[in-house]
Design a protein around this ligand. Structure first.
Ligand SMILES: *Cc1c(COP(=O)(O)O)cnc(C)c1O
Length: 361
């Protein structure tokens, strides 16, 4: 499974001091157990080690635990064909993280510190074998089963009980190994009547509180036999917005690749931005605009969702108000597969990084 929490031994913690306006950085090394040694342990011992790695000396009662007042990032480090390791567009995660924090009226975490800490984080954990080596077998299924390091930087507030704004937050970087996010054959999606994000809300901020509704809607979709849920807009309940934690694209009959335009209810995905770039580079007409669910269901010949966790995941059909629209005979579409090959090729080092998207560790 993709998201079991198998935390790395070394974590990064930075505390903000509102008096000096400085961030005080530190590294926490919980143990020196290598990934190999961990894998050789019995279940009981391994879970004790992992539980201890997830124990931090941070305030329990605070804005984050009480009110979901926090934000996070999801980014990956990739083992590359030439033996190196690289982060994919960490400058973009750094910029989004800073604007998420500022969007919460918390002090923005400096972008250069974010990138440097992320690089150092991978180096320190690599010493204990936690960064996978490149495996040529991954090429056989276009990296569907390839491994990467999933990094989770996040904000955590100081101790507090009343509702308020964090003035002295901490930023923590942790990670877990992952393989492909969506597993299994079912790639059906269904719309939900739940609302993920409202105008003037926090839908464009990667903040913790947004994910409760996503988790509920996804659970309901899964219980009904679907892989993914699709949110429609809050006002008209007519326009497609996003998946549970991924952006969405439709290739229309006309040849246009459409994705909902950014606004205060759409999370500005870095995969989304990269796919728009890559598709344009392939000569595809990409349009960022509102798209009605009706139009998507009648005009789309291909649909896929994008995000760091999933990369590009094809969607075989969308069910809306009891009607199912099937795309490309339920098979992954040409364009999505081609874009996935290019994206993974760049990330795993099969294709030259002419765009400067990869930051060597
Ligand atoms: C993180 C996230 C995405 C995808 O963003 P990436 O930067 O591509 O990983 C899309 N939608 C939501 C709601 C998200 O939280």
């Amino acid at each position: 499974m993709a998201f079991t929490l198998s935390m790395f031994p070394v974590s990064y913690v930075a505390h903000y001091d509102p008096v000096s306006g400085r961030w005080k950085e530190s590294w926490i090394q919980k143990d020196a157990i290598t990934e190999q040694e961990l894998a050789a342990m019995d279940e009981q011992k391994r879970s004790e080690v992992l539980a201890e790695r997830n124990r931090f000396d941070l305030p329990l009662v605070n804005y984050t635990t009480q009110y979901g007042f926090g934000c996070f990032e999801g980014m990956k480090a990739y083992p590359r064909k030439d033996g190196s390791v690289a982060l994919f567009r960490p400058d973009r995660n750094a910029a989004r993280f800073r604007s998420s924090m500022e969007g919460l009226y918390a002090p923005g975490f400096p972008e250069d510190m974010f990138v440097q800490a992320s690089v150092d984080f991978i180096r320190r954990n690599a010493e204990f074998g936690y960064v996978p080596r490149y495996n040529p077998e991954w090429e056989t299924d276009s990296f569907a089963a390839a491994q990467a390091v999933y990094m989770r930087p996040f904000m955590y507030s100081e101790g507090a009980i009343g509702i308020g704004i964090s003035k002295a937050p901490s930023v923590i970087i942790t990670a877990s190994s992952v393989s492909s996010y969506f597993s299994g054959e079912n790639t059906k999606a269904v719309t939900t009547e739940r609302i993920r994000a409202t105008p003037k809300g926090t839908g464009n901020i990667k903040c913790a509180s947004n994910y409760v509704i996503s988790a509920l809607a996804k659970k309901e979709a899964e219980n009904a036999g679907y892989m993914e849920v699709i949110f429609l807009d809050a006002v008209n309940h007519r326009y497609v917005e996003e998946g549970s934690s991924c952006n969405i694209f439709f290739l229309l009959r006309s040849g246009e690749l459409v994705t909902p335009e950014l606004g205060d209810t759409i999370l500005p995905g870095i995969t989304r931005a990269s796919i728009i770039d890559l598709a344009r580079g392939q000569g595809v007409a990409v349009v960022e605009r509102k798209i009605q669910i009706k139009e998507a269901m009648t005009e789309a010949v291909e649909c896929f969702v994008t995000g760091t966790a999933a990369g590009i995941t094809p969607v075989e059909s969308i069910t809306h108000q009891g009607r199912e629209a099937v795309f490309n005979n339920r098979k992954p579409g040409e364009l999505g597969m081609e874009l996935q090959r290019e994206l993974k090729g760049l990330q795993y080092g099969l294709i030259d990084d002419t765009k400067g998207w990869l930051a060597r560790v």
